[in-house]
Every structure is written in C-alpha cells, then in structure tokens.
Design a protein. Structure first.
Length: 274
C-alpha cells in the first residue's frame, strides 16, 4: 500500500526533473541557433535590447535549469507534503517558482546589458584589445576568481546548496507564493553567480563554448559534494583563464581573439541581430 501511495509523488518528481532537463536541452539548441556565428570574443556586440533580452532568458534556461533541479524537486516534494491539491496545481506552482527564478535573472541580465553597452559606447582607445582590452578582460575574470573565496560568495552558495533549508525558511503557499520564492531564490543565485556571468561577458557573451564552460563551473560549485573543493576548483580555473586571456589569448582554447579572422566572420551575424 505504501508503495502505491508513493508512486504518484515519484512520477510527479520524475516529471518535473524531465521537464527541467528537457527545457534546458531545448534552450541550448535555441541558443546555438540564435548565436551561431556571432562570437567576436571579448567585447562582442550583444545586439539590440530585444534580441539580447530574449537570448538572455533562453541562455539562462539552458545554463541554470540543470543546476536548480535539486531546488525545484525539493519545492515540489514539500508542496505535495503540505497540501492535497491536484497534480496540475503542483505543476503550476512549480512552473511559477521557475518563472520567478527567471525573472530575477532577467532583471540582472538587463542591468548587465546597460552597463556593458554603456562601457562599449565610450570607445576608449586605451581599452582596445591590442592595448588594454585584454588586461581588462583578464582583470574581470580574475575578480571573479577572487569573489569565489569571499564570505559573500560563501553565504550565497550555502543557500543555493541547501534547498531544504531555503524552502522551509521562505515557504509561501499557492502559485503567487511560489513565484515569490522563485524570485528570492533567484536573488541568492545571482549573488552566487554574478561574477561568473561577468567572466562570461569578458570571454565573449555570444560564445556557446564559454556558456557551456561557465554553466559547467556553476554546476560544479552547486552539485559537487564538497563545497570547499568545488569553490577552489572554480577559483583556480578562473585564475588560469585570467592569466591566459591577459598574457597569451591566442593560446586559450575556444577564445575568439578580437580582430582575428574568426572574429571578423561574426560581423554579419551581429548586424542581423539589430
């Protein structure tokens, strides 16, 4: 009897997990299609606001959905334990939680766009790639490495890695409560990962390769059993990238060097995005 009772809950959890991973896979395919041939390396033109905003939401779905699966599954489990509502209601609330999470990341992405485009518009000669640009990009990545070992990073990562504690502390009933919880959890996730996203901008925001690398680093620090080991592995990886971009950019695998023939090929794609 107990097994029969638990079967619907197990099927629901499996359905939520399959939906998240399926949406992430679809988002990767869409991201690849939207950004094909647009990677001009550090300083890449992100395109118009509309193109960027839609691309950012799809990109966040691709990069983040696998990493937030434990949180969404914990939310679904607690929701089922706390109420006897129909399965469709549980699915709606889980969707609202994910939507709230994406809202927070969208707000961050729009702020990042404004800052990034503002800096690019200044067209400071000393920040051109052949002068100080490579050192600026390397400095941003190095700053992300340093942030990995700060108390703020540790506090945010601790909340991201403890879904049960977060859910119990911030629980709200209903779809609106789920939306609010998603927004709050997204805020902690932004606090945890904003520097890694800054590193992505420094490496090439339109590069599928670097999206995969950053998504992998996020998954490592959120899912690897040892938090300290994960944090240090990510920090060391970022230090190596910072040194490579600053001192030997042409030797960094997957990096499109501004001004190179590969970067020049991206110009038509960027024009079409406007």
């Amino acid at each position: 009897m107990a097994t029969a009772v638990h079967r619907p809950a197990a099927r629901l959890q499996l359905g939520i997990l399959a939906s998240l991973l399926g949406l992430a896979a679809l988002a990767w395919l869409l991201t690849d299609a939207r950004m094909l041939g647009m990677d001009a390396g550090p300083g890449t033109d992100p395109g118009g606001l509309g193109f960027y905003a839609l691309s950012w939401v799809v990109m966040m779905s691709a990069m983040m959905f696998p990493s937030i699966a434990p949180m969404v599954l914990t939310f679904g489990f607690l929701q089922r334990r706390r109420s006897d509502r129909a399965t469709v209601d549980h699915a709606v609330s889980s969707g609202a939680f994910v939507a709230g999470y994406l809202l927070t990341w969208t707000a961050f992405g729009l702020l990042a766009y404004g800052l990034y485009v503002g800096v690019r518009s200044l067209a400071i000669p000393d920040l051109s790639w052949n002068r100080g640009g490579r050192y600026l990009a390397g400095g941003v990545i190095l700053a992300a490495a340093i942030y990995q070992v700060t108390p703020m990073k540790d506090a945010c990562l601790g909340r991201c890695r403890a879904p049960l504690d977060f859910a119990l502390a911030h629980w709200r009933d209903g779809p609106s409560g789920a939306l609010r919880m998603g927004i709050v959890h997204g805020a902690w996730c932004v606090g945890c990962c904003w520097a890694l996203m800054a590193a992505l901008f420094a490496l090439g925001v339109m590069s599928l390769t670097w999206m995969v690398v950053v998504a992998g680093l996020i998954a490592v620090e959120k899912l690897l059993p040892s938090r300290d080991l994960a944090n240090r592995l990510v920090a060391l990886t970022l230090v190596a990238l910072a040194l490579g971009v600053s001192l030997a950019p042409r030797d960094v695998p997957g990096l499109t060097v501004p001004g190179s023939p590969t970067a020049a090929k991206s110009m038509p794609g960027m024009s079409e995005s406007r």
